[in-house]
Design a protein around this ligand. Sequence first.
Ligand code: NAP
Length: 283
Amino acid sequence: MQYATLNNGVKMPLNGYGVFQIPDLQEAEESVLTAIKAGYRLIDTAAVYMNEAAVGNAIKKSDVPREELFITSKFWVNDTGYKATKAAYERTLERMQLDYLDLYLIHQPYGDVYGSWRALQELYKEGEIRAIGVSNFHSDRLVDLAMHNEITPHVNQIEVNPFLQREESLKVHQEYDVTVQAWAPFAQGKNGLFTNELLAEIAKKYNKSVGQVVLRWLTQRGISALAKSVNEDRIAQNFDIWDFELSADDMSAIATLDTDTSSFFSHRDPEIVKKFGSNKIQG
Ligand SMILES: NC(=O)c1ccc[n+]([C@@H]2O[C@H](COP(=O)([O-])OP(=O)(O)OC[C@H]3O[C@@H](n4cnc5c(N)ncnc54)[C@H](OP(=O)(O)O)[C@@H]3O)[C@@H](O)[C@H]2O)c1
């Protein structure tokens, strides 16, 4: 397994397991246990996924010591603001039966994120959280937050996949030494990702699956990748990406798939902002 070193020196596994859209708590718990057995050490959840408790149960049942795991959660838009964020963190720890998180993120760039950031900075400085960050922040919002606060986010979790490669955005993250973490590395299978001809051809060459090629492509770019699966074989397969390396030519070929377009929606679309603000989109 390879790691990213965050701008505060904390090491974070490059490939992680995510539990978005696993509402069945039994299934979420079993899947996390399967992922830990397969070798995953980074587990990503969020208050809005409604399965933090299941993740906590799996952590408790696993025989891997807590300090070897890297646990991330996020708070939702309705918990932005200084006081609300501190209270949300307490609730998350309680649901997960944990004393601390390795990474706590502002889930969306909406609401009083500056108040939230003051709360996160305090929790971080008090040693309550090992790293703090944001999610779904476009580079302009990230720079603004970094420039007007003491602590620059350690991580920004954003959509990155072969159809949305974020080359320009990566340069800004590098300038501020913010580690990029990819959500929906497979675009949740949209736009024919798993049957894409070019990816399938490359996968065949290395005797790997399209999923493995995508995860390897991300991590070779220094991007931490979160993959979700509830299938035991695919969970194991998605972790098994460290015994091959994509050539420079294959990396360049994958670069041609970029459409610079989200497979879901734009976080800058006012209609989307309205939906998030009124809780009509969750996750
Ligand atoms: N911060 C945010 O706003 C945000 C947003 C979305 C996601 N996330 C995080 O990122 C994680 C990953 O993103 P995601 O869950 O949206 O989507 P994803 O990982 O891109 O795609 C998951 C889908 O791909 C399938 N799949 C997984 N591995 C496969 C493989 N090797 N071959 C074929 N199909 C495969 C899964 O089906 P099976 O389960 O049946 O295998 C599932 O339908 C989430 O779980 C969450 O932790 C964060």
